[in-house]
Design a protein around this ligand. Structure first.
Ligand SMILES: Nc1nc2c(ncn2[C@@H]2O[C@H](COP(=O)(O)OP(=O)(O)OP(=O)(O)O)[C@@H](O)[C@H]2O)c(=O)[nH]1
Length: 342
């Protein structure tokens, strides 16, 4: 039998939606700007699996000037605990030097404690009697509320304060501060404010949109699940087709894999026909929960962040493009109203 050769490239999908900037994203960002003067430190969350693509330049534009620490979330879903992980993390630290960078997994008490220690040190060095107020920001579904809950649990031993969920947009408004560090005789402690995830107004690169959708920053109704599953298959094949060996032999044909998954997991329609859409959603969800391989989707190299920023500056939208973006946003809002999630 001929050896399996994975696809080297994924087709460019010009018709893919490139926007997911919703009303509550815009409103949330405006409110964050207004609150900035009361904030001592920003915890900006980015997804460990897409350290470049989950950067939102609007935060820099709108909230720049405030002291900020970048927290790369969902580390457990991207790392394999190898030397390559440490090297990648070292490069990411270099990207942001001298700003601090932290990595976090909600499964790791160590990671959460490190962030807590950082928050404590920052707050107590300010010696403010009224305590310290921090704000957690980031793209939708990056894990902001989960981080807030973990910091509260570890910091003051209290239960969940913010709702979390597998789809983006669970947090719709800015919360009041939640205590994550107890005070002492000199200060009131540390309060953390949760904010709604904010998407970028326009994603010029179709592959970036696929990555963001795969990581859950975009609602699953926006991009066809079979298209997303095809992109996931393309990426899994580059890592190891063995990751889906219990369903199918190595393949570049997403429909063949989805049909096999449908039969194996009982996702069948009337008459026993495989439900490929439901199987695609299941496959995507399996990857999002770490059951189809843990890997990073962005190429991390020393000058990758500078290159990305330079590209963004070149691609900053003209008036005509901005109008097109707004039209796309309106269309998207209408489509979301009309389509109910399955
Ligand atoms: N495996 C893993 N899953 C995580 C981690 N952090 C968050 N999640 C999951 O990611 C999903 C999104 O988490 P949320 O905390 O609701 O994300 P959010 O950024 O507040 O989302 P928005 O409401 O869109 O702003 C949930 O299903 C969480 O369980 C992590 O470190 N590891």
């Amino acid at each position: 039998m001929a050896a399996f050769v994975p696809r080297a490239t994924f087709p460019t999908l010009d018709s893919l939606p490139r926007s997911y900037f919703l009303g509550h994203h815009r409103a949330g960002l405006n409110r964050m700007k207004l609150m900035l003067s009361q904030i001592d430190l920003i915890l900006e969350c980015r997804d460990y699996r897409v350290p470049l693509t989950s950067r939102n330049p609007m935060f820099e534009e709108s909230l720049g000037g405030k002291q900020r620490v970048i927290v790369y979330t969902k580390r457990d879903l991207g790392q394999q605990k190898t030397r390559a992980d440490s090297q990648r993390e070292q490069i990411i630290r270099i990207w942001h030097h001298p700003s601090p960078v932290l990595f976090s997994s909600d499964k790791s008490y160590g990671d959460v404690r490190t962030i807590l220690r950082f928050a404590k040190k920052h707050a107590f060095s300010a010696e403010s009697f009224t305590g310290s107020r921090m704000m957690v920001i980031g793209m939708p579904n990056v894990g902001k509320s989960t981080l807030l809950n973990a910091l509260r649990r570890e910091g003051v031993g209290k239960g969940k304060a913010a709702q979390t969920g597998a789809q983006p947009g669970i947090t719709r408004s800015i919360s009041s501060g939640v205590k994550i560090v107890e005070g002492n005789q000199h200060t009131e402690g540390v309060y953390l404010i949760d904010t709604p995830g904010v998407f970028v107004p326009y994603v010029p690169d179709a592959e970036a949109m696929l990555k963001l959708a795969l990581c859950g920053s975009v609602k699953d109704t926006v991009i066809a699940p079979t298209t997303l599953a095809d992109y996931l298959l393309f990426r899994i094949n580059q890592v190891s087709p063995q990751l889906y060996e219990e369903y199918h032999q190595p393949t570049n044909e997403v429909m063949a894999l989805l049909e096999a998954i449908a039969h194996k997991t009982g996702r069948l329609q009337k008459g026993g026909l495989p439900d490929t859409e439901a199987s695609a959603l299941w496959m995507i969800q399996r990857w999002r929960t770490g059951h189809l391989g843990n890997f990073v989707l962005d190429n991390v190299s020393e000058n990758a962040l500078d290159r990305k920023i330079a590209e963004e500056q070149q691609l900053s939208p003209s008036t005509a493009q901005a109008k097109k973006i707004m039209k796309e946003e309106r269309k998207l809002r209408q489509a979301l109203k009309n389509r109910r999630p399955r």
